[in-house]
Design a protein around this ligand. Structure first.
Ligand code: AMP
Ligand code: MG
Length: 348
C-alpha cells in the first residue's frame, strides 16, 4: 500500500500542517540538528505501531521521545531528579538523549516493553516548533528503513520512506549529521550507550565519571539495540582502517591499488588530505572535509556514504579519525557500517 507523501516547507504553514497530521495519528518526518526523525504521537499506541511498521523496525528496538521543552519531562518520565535537571539545563536543547525511568503515560511499545524511556529536546528550530505545535511528546527514530544509513536530507527520507508516511518537512541538510549521544541515567554510573553529537569529553566535564558501553560485550542482553554491529550497512562491503595517519593512508593506497589492478571499482570515504594523496588511483572519492574539522566530517558522512554506495563500488575504504570529540561517534558509525571489516594497524 502506498500513500502520497507530502513535502512540506519549514515555515509556519508547513509546520501547522505537519502538527495537524501528528495530532491525527499520522507520521511526519522532520529535520533535527542530528538527522531527520520519523515522528509520531508518542502517547498514541496506533501512531507508535505505525512508526515500527513504516521503518520495518523490530519491536524490541525502543524509540526516543522528543519534547519541545525540558519542562515537559514529567509527561514521560516517572521522576525528574536534580541530576537530570542539571544535565537538561546544560545540554538541552541539543543532541543528548537521556534514558530515564518510564512514566505511566508512555505506551510500552515506545520503550520496547522496558521500564526506561529515552528522551531528548532537539535544538533544530523546525523540530521544536513542530513538537510545540503538536502539543504532545513525539516519538521519532531516524527516518530511514531499519538497517539503512540515517537520513540527513529530505531526499534521503523520501528514498527510504516515500509512499509510507504522510509527510516530510524539508528543512535542508541537518547541521550535525550523526545521531544524538544516548546516556543512561538509570544505572549507578551514567553510561553512554551510543556516542553521538555531544562528546564524551563534554559529558565528563559535567557529570564526572561516565562509563561507556562496549559493543557486543558478552552475554548481556542488548541494552541499546543501536549497539547492533550491523546497523548502518551500505550495500558495498566497507573496510575501516584504524591506526596512525601515515600508516593508515599507506594501507588505503596499497589496498586501493590492489583492487584497481584487479579491475575492481573502489570507493574512498576519506578526509580531504587523503583524497589529495590518493587522487591518482582511479578510485571514486567522496572527500569529507579536512580531518581536523570533525564537525564537517560528521555533517557529510552519511550523504557521502549514500552517494558512494549508490554507485555500487566493489568495496568502500574508510579511514578512522580517532576518538576525540565527534571522532568517537564517527568511528562508531563507520565500524558498524564495516560490520566487522576493521583493520587495526600498530602504532609501533
Ligand atoms: P534511532 O532513533 O533510530 O537513531 O535509535 C534510537 C536509539 O536509542 C537506539 O540505539 C535505541 O536502542 C536507543 N534507545 C531508545 N530507547 C532506549 C531505552 N529506553 N534504553 C536504552 N536505549 C534506548
Ligand atoms: Mg536509527
Amino acid at each position: 500500500m502506498s500513500i502520497d507523501t507530502q513535502i512540506l516547507p519549514p515555515d509556519a504553514a508547513g509546520i501547522a500542517a505537519a502538527a495537524a497530521l501528528l495530532r491525527a495519528g499520522q507520521l511526519v518526518a522532520f529535520p533535527t540538528e542530528t538527522v531527520y526523525g520519523l515522528g509520531g504521537d508518542a502517547l498514541n499506541p496506533a501512531a507508535v505501531a505505525a512508526i515500527f511498521a513504516a521503518k520495518g523496525r523490530p519491536a524490541d528496538d525502543p524509540l526516543i521521545v522528543h519534547l519541545a521543552d525540558a519542562a515537559d519531562l514529567p509527561r514521560v518520565a516517572a521522576a525528574v531528579p536534580p541530576a537530570v535537571q542539571e544535565l537538561a539545563a546544560a545540554f538541552w536543547p541539543g543532541p543528548l538523549t537521556l534514558v530515564l525511568e518510564r512514566g505511566p503515560a508512555v505506551p510500552l511499545a515506545v520503550t520496547a516493553g522496558g521500564s526506561t524511556v529515552a528522551v531528548r529536546v532537539p535544538a533544530h528550530p523546525v523540530a521544536r516548533a513542530l513538537i510545540a505545535a503538536a502539543g504532545t511528546p513525539i516519538a521519532a527514530p531516524s527516518a530511514n528503513r531499519f538497517g539503512h544509513t540515517s537520513p540527513t536530507t529530505a531526499a534521503h527520507v523520501l528514498a527510504d520512506l516515500g509512499g509510507r508516511i504522510a509527510a516530510v518537512i524539508d528543512g535542508g541538510p541537518t547541521p550535525i549529521g550523526v545521531e544524538s549521544t544516548v546516556l543512561d541515567l538509570t544505572r549507578p554510573t551514567p553510561t553512554v550507550l551510543r556516542p553521538g553529537g555531544v562528546s564524551l569529553e563534554e559529558l565528563q566535564a559535567h557529570v564526572g565519571e561516565v562509563a561507556v558501553e562496549s559493543r557486543g560485550a558478552g552475554a548481556q542482553p542488548l541494552r541499546s539495540p543501536g549497539l547492533l554491529e550491523r546497523h548502518y550497512a551500505p550495500h558495498s562491503p566497507l573496510w575501516l582502517v584504524i591506526g596512525p595517519e601515515g600508516a593508515a593512508q599507506a594501507w588505503l593506497r596499497e589496498r586501493a591499488a590492489t583492487e584497481r589492478a584487479a579491475g575492481r571499482q573502489v570507493g574512498l570515504l576519506v578526509p580531504d588530505e587523503d583524497a589529495a594523496l590518493l587522487a591518482d588511483l582511479g578510485a571514486d572519492i567522496e572527500p569529507l572535509g579536512p580531518s581536523a574539522a570533525l564537525d564537517s566530517v560528521a555533517r557529510r558522512l552519511y550523504a557521502a556514504l549514500r552517494a558512494l554506495d549508490s554507485r555500487r563500488p566493489d568495496c568502500i575504504l574508510a579511514r578512522d579519525l580517532g576518538e576525540r570529540g565527534l571522532a568517537r561517534a564517527i568511528r562508531d558509525r563507520l565500524s558498524r557500517a564495516a560490520a566487522g571489516r576493521v583493520v587495526v594497524l600498530n602504532s609501533g
